[in-house]
Design a protein around this ligand. Structure first.
Ligand code: SAM
Length: 472
């Protein structure tokens, strides 16, 4: 049976659902998007395209029976889809002023698209974030936030291009081999009016970048499959792989550096740091997880019989079972690098959420704790973000000037709405920190679910942001 949204069968529907993809060619990129967001059949409903590949898109549209319209004629047409490819334009912008005036023209066209777009149909925008010689400009996030007042921001996919050669540079500079495909829908929740969204994303503090030389071994995206978890580690519902920590620790620190994770969970950060010859520090609210983390570190520093194969480690570690909001000077020595991952709002309390059913079946704990101090139990989004920001701002008191931070997060979809948690968090932190390029941890080992089948586009979120900052 075919569906109303795009006439694809459920088997054809599925491959588009992953929230990141390997970019192979312009043709494939366009074919997949046109095919997913258009009904491939003769119809009066047109498609608006703007970008540098008009000839290619014309040819593809012809092949799919799609009526393509341009700038001059689309304002009298009903649109089933609109695609703005801003990549080439944005790569060529020379300054933030250039971007601001370019943005005006994009917002203007987006308003016109909104007026013509059929209810519950999509606008897609391809746009990168941009690294200049000494600043990082998250243009994609800005445009996503600005257009959220007009449309409903529904989803994003990360285009992952083949990795280029190592860059040797003073600055942390991943090779920028990704761009964003942002998906907006005109629907019952869209505001229908552009309201400027004020944010700090273009702010910068650094003046004197007297920094160490970076190896720049971190790619702009990578796939990591966590090693199978041991019995006590499985008890924690949301861990990140130690390999991820190792990669960042080598990039951002020297041997013997002091590394901190204010929300340690079962101690992935500390275990990876100790194994890499660094000192490891942390806090964790749950006494249950803090104890597991403590034992894992202890075993590394003074191996028990069972763990004798691990090298005895001369490094220091200290884990404190307490609320990260209460970390104070004196708890730890001055810190060189922080890597951490917070609760993803209260998503673990959402009974239907991915993974929850499976953990319940196995009798495993589905959230971190019932404590009111657990940030994963704050139901209001704004309060959650503001408490979390407080954790990071507070912790800056124990960090060295010029030190770096990596925060692993993702944008969140809850009850049909999209909350750009990663962008919002970066925005709030930029009053205190400098933003460095984000890199993506892409997951490739989870089965896709046909969310939204036949009705609308809802991706499976299989990419996490590793947000990077520097303390001025
Ligand atoms: C995503 S998990 C971290 C997992 C960790 N990276 C690992 O690999 O094991 C977030 C952790 O934050 C802890 N947490 C929540 N609220 C906290 C608070 N106020 N202070 C300290 N830790 C907190 C939770 O108990 C949970 O273990």
């Amino acid at each position: 049976m075919v569906n109303r949204f795009n006439r694809l069968t459920s088997k054809e529907w599925l491959p588009f659902q992953k929230s990141w993809f390997r970019y192979e060619s312009e043709e494939k990129l366009y074919v997949e998007n046109l095919r997913f967001f258009c009904k491939a059949e003769p119809t009066e409903e047109a498609v608006y395209y703007q970008g540098n590949h008009l000839d290619l898109v014309k040819e593809l549209a012809l092949g799919q029976d799609i009526q393509l319209v341009d700038k001059d004629s689309f304002t009298s047409q009903s649109l089933q889809f609109a695609l703005l490819d801003l990549r080439e334009d944005v790569y060529q912008l020379n300054s933030i002023d250039d971007y601001n005036s370019y943005r005006e023209t994009v917002l203007d066209i987006a308003e016109k698209i909104y007026n013509q777009l059929i209810h519950r149909r999509f606008l897609c925008i391809f746009i990168p974030n941009i690294q200049t010689a000494d600043r990082y400009y998250p243009y994609a996030w800005d445009l996503g936030l600005q257009l959220s007042s007009l449309f409903s921001l529904k989803d994003e996919k990360i285009a992952c291009m083949p990795e280029s050669i190592d860059v040797q540079d003073m600055y942390f500079q991943p090779p920028n081999q990704t761009f964003y495909a942002l998906y907006f829908r005109k629907d019952e929740n869209s505001g229908g009016q552009l309201v400027e969204r004020k944010h700090n994303l273009f702010q910068s503090h650094h003046k004197d970048l007297n920094v160490r030389k970076f190896q720049n071994k971190i790619p702009s995206w990578f796939i990591l499959k966590p090693a199978p978890r041991k019995k006590d580690e499985v008890l924690h519902p949301a861990k990140y792989p130690e390999d991820l920590v190792t990669m960042f620790v080598y990039e951002f620190t020297e041997e013997d550096a002091n590394i901190l994770d204010p929300m340690s969970g079962t101690g992935s950060t500390q275990v990876a740091s100790l194994k890499a010859g660094r000192n490891a520090y942390g806090t964790e609210l749950s006494d249950f997880f803090a104890e597991i983390a403590q034992k894992r570190c202890q075993n590394l520093v003074q191996p028990t019989q069972a763990d004798m194969f691990l090298p005895a480690n001369k490094q220091q570690f200290k884990l404190i079972n307490k609320d990260a909001r209460l970390i104070s000077v004196g708890d730890f020595p001055l810190i060189d690098y922080l890597i951490t991952s917070p609760p993803y709002w209260d998503m673990l309390n959402m009974k239907g959420a991915e993974n929850q059913a499976k953990r319940l079946e196995k009798g495993l704990q589905t959230n971190y704790s019932e404590s009111r101090d657990d940030l994963g139990n704050i139901a209001d989004y704004e309060s959650f973000i503001s408490d979390l920001v407080q954790v990071y701002i507070n912790v800056l008191d124990v960090m060295k000037s010029g030190s770096h931070l990596t925060i692993v997060v993702k944008n969140i979809k809850k009850k049909g709405r999209n909350y750009p948690f990663a962008w919002d968090l970066a925005d709030k932190l930029m009053t205190h920190l400098d933003l460095l390029p984000e890199v993506f941890w892409c997951q490739d080992d989870i089965n896709l679910a046909p969310y939204g089948y036949g009705n609308t586009f809802v991706s499976n979120t299989f990419h996490q942001y590793c947000l990077n900052f520097r303390k001025p």
